[in-house]
Design a protein around this ligand. Structure first.
Ligand code: PMP
Length: 354
């Protein structure tokens, strides 16, 4: 490591993104992207004229996009802050909204512990129950800022809004941050609660249900005070983190309700079909409200992961005590799912002869 790196970062274990194989045709079910292209309205919004305007900085307060998001959720523009992916907004939350530390589950989005290390935030890890369920009782009396990915990754399991509301009521002076990256695939958003609870912040992304992972766009919704606090950090770091094309793409995407509904429904249908098929092969599959499945195959998961890769089917494997027998498989198109099943059929067949 470079001798110029600050000592406090020398032991930082950074986040390991899923592989992005370029230039090869693979079935890519490893990073929970949406298998569909962005809405045609997004493509139309990025005109030659708009590209030519890239010599100018973007609107730092994302006025038009925030108005569209606010209209969609029936809230006010001042209750929204846009950011360069949820990752950026989460970074601000860990950096500036965790004076008493951060609490989150042992199996959740892998970036949370990285941010704790990066910003020197004390972390409290709360174990999911044996069946991977998040029990809200386990969080009731904590003093730390609580982060809940809902639905959770990599399990796909969902916590009911009523349970989160109990947590919010329990201690109005404790902040609860709900990361709703996957909410549009069957969960229920907590955004309608932000008017009643100023200790709630919700983060949503355009990466999953709006097909814009490559654009880097997300937003936080909360009380005006909380949003002002987040904006203070954004404007002390990079006021222009949401670029011009992202502003246009996001607005077009959120306004194309028909495309959103069509594509999220297709993902949900394929997910449920995939789940039944995988169960038919003897896999255990958790009930998912996200665009991926958490699957325990009947033969060692790591072998399945490697063999799938040899067949150009990419899924995600997280080694570790609780996850080592499981695979996280994104829901692709029907054709992707069909190819996955063909490959699994072959692998399980080999396994039975081994
Ligand atoms: N939260 C969760 C739970 C995620 O799984 C991810 C991405 N995989 C993110 C946030 C980050 O999403 P993005 O930065 O693309 O908005």
């Amino acid at each position: 490591m470079s001798r110029f790196l600050d000592k406090k970062l020398s032991s930082l274990e950074s986040y390991l993104p899923g592989e992005q194989p370029e230039g090869r045709r693979v079935v890519k079910l490893n990073t929970n992207e949406n298998p569909f292209a962005p809405s045609p309205a997004v493509v139309d919004a990025i005109t030659k004229e708009e590209v030519q305007k890239l010599s100018l900085y973007p609107d730092p307060v994302a006025r038009e996009l925030s108005e569209s998001i606010a209209a969609y959720y029936g809230i006010r523009r001042e209750q929204i802050l846009t950011g360069n992916g949820s990752d950026e907004l989460l970074a601000f939350c860990f950096h500036g909204l965790c004076p008493n530390g951060a609490a989150f589950s042992d199996l959740t989005y892998g970036f949370y512990p990285v941010y704790c290390q990066m910003f020197g935030v004390k972390e409290r890890i709360v174990k999911l129950r044996e069946d991977f369920r998040l029990a809200i009782e386990d969080y009731m009396d904590l003093k730390e800022t609580i982060f809940i990915a809902n639905p959770n990754a990599p399990t796909g399991l969902n916590v009911e809004v009523e349970a989160i509301e109990k947590l919010l009521k329990r201690d109005p002076d404790r902040l609860v941050i709900i990361d709703e990256a996957y909410v549009d695939f069957g969960g229920t958003s907590c955004i309608p609660l932000i008017d009643r609870y100023d200790n709630l912040l919700v983060i949503q992304t355009f990466s999953k249900s709006r097909q814009l992972a490559g654009m880097r766009l997300a937003f936080a919704a909360g009380s005006e005070e909380l949003i002002t606090a987040l904006a203070k950090m954004k404007f002390s770091f990079n006021p222009y983190s949401v670029n011009r094309l992202a502003l246009l793409a996001g607005k077009a995407a959120i306004e194309d309700e028909a495309y959103f509904l069509k594509t999220t429904r297709a993902v949900i249908e394929t997910r449920e079909w995939m789940k039944r098929e995988l169960e038919g092969y003897g896999c255990e599959v958790l009930p998912s409200k996200a665009n991926f499945l958490f699957v325990r195959p009947p033969v060692p998961a790591q072998d399945v992961f490697m063999r799938c890769k040899e067949e150009d089917v990419f899924v995600r494997y997280f080694p570790g005590e609780r996850t080592g027998e499981w695979l996280r498989i994104s829901v692709g198109t029907r054709e992707d799912a069909q190819r996955l099943l063909e490959v699994l059929d072959k692998i399980f067949e080999e396994g039975s002869h081994a």
